[in-house]
Design a protein around this ligand. Structure first.
Ligand code: 5RP
Length: 219
């Protein structure tokens, strides 16, 4: 099965988690795009929608879906988003699409986080995928030096500006044996806006699509 077919399967499986009257948070990326394209069929169940990126907002508005703001809705019932890597503990690396800060805010404000992935994203240990770190532009080199001290190899995502006007460093070759500790440690570096480890607020449900079908873990 093609990877895009698996993404569509995972997105379809997540629809059942959207209960009637829900405020829905919508993540970013190609897996979430499959979810967005299915949203018109469940709009009768959705009270309001909050987006994690301009990209997702534009896609939803293109389908005639009205997008609200987190300030207007208050807490979110359910957040649907993809990931770049996921462990069986539901710890994630996110930010391949550069939307990690707004994604972390929306995830943090959500009662339930349903993560939709294909089986290529499942890992035993995080860090094979270069870890995205959003930084204030003036702190970019400073943060990069700190990451080298932590044995990572930072690469500036050149030409990319986040929705918040910041830069991204992709940190290669990190072995993230303790995601909780590393998330806190990187977050504390001055100039770091967000690190793409989602361990303090992990997914609640992990929907994994593979050649064998769809499997959901958690509740
Ligand atoms: C965007 C993200 C995405 O969830 C992640 O990159 C996965 O994307 P895709 O569904 O395209 O594989 O964190 O910032």
């Amino acid at each position: 099965m093609e990877q895009q077919e698996k993404k569509l399967l995972a997105a379809k499986a997540s629809l059942d988690y959207v209960k009637s009257g829900s405020v829905v948070g919508v993540g970013t990326g190609s897996t979430v795009n499959a979810f967005i394209d299915l949203m018109p069929s469940i709009m009768n169940r959705i009270e309001a929608v909050v987006s994690s990126s301009r990209q997702s907002t534009e896609r939803m508005e293109g389908l005639g879906i009205e997008v609200s703001t987190l300030n207007a809705t208050g807490d979110i019932d359910i957040y649907i988003d993809g990931a770049d890597e996921a462990t069986k503990h539901m710890h994630l690396i996110k930010g391949g699409g550069g939307a990690l800060t707004r994604e972390k805010i929306v995830a943090g404000a959500s009662r339930k986080f349903v993560c939709i992935i294909d089986d290529s994203k499942q890992v035993g240990m995080l860090g094979g995928f270069p870890l995205p770190v959003e930084v204030i532009p003036m702190a970019q080199s400073f943060v990069a030096r700190k990451m080298v001290k932590m044995r990572g190899q930072p690469i500036w995502r050149e030409g990319f500006v986040t929705d918040n006007g910041n830069h991204i460093l992709d940190i290669h070759n990190l072995q993230i044996t303790n995601p909780l500790e590393m998330e806190s440690r990187i977050n504390q570096i001055p100039g770091v806006v967000t690190v793409g480890i989602f361990a303090h607020r992990p997914a609640d449900v992990l929907i994994v699509a593979s050649d064998k079908g769809v499997r959901a873990m958690g509740h």
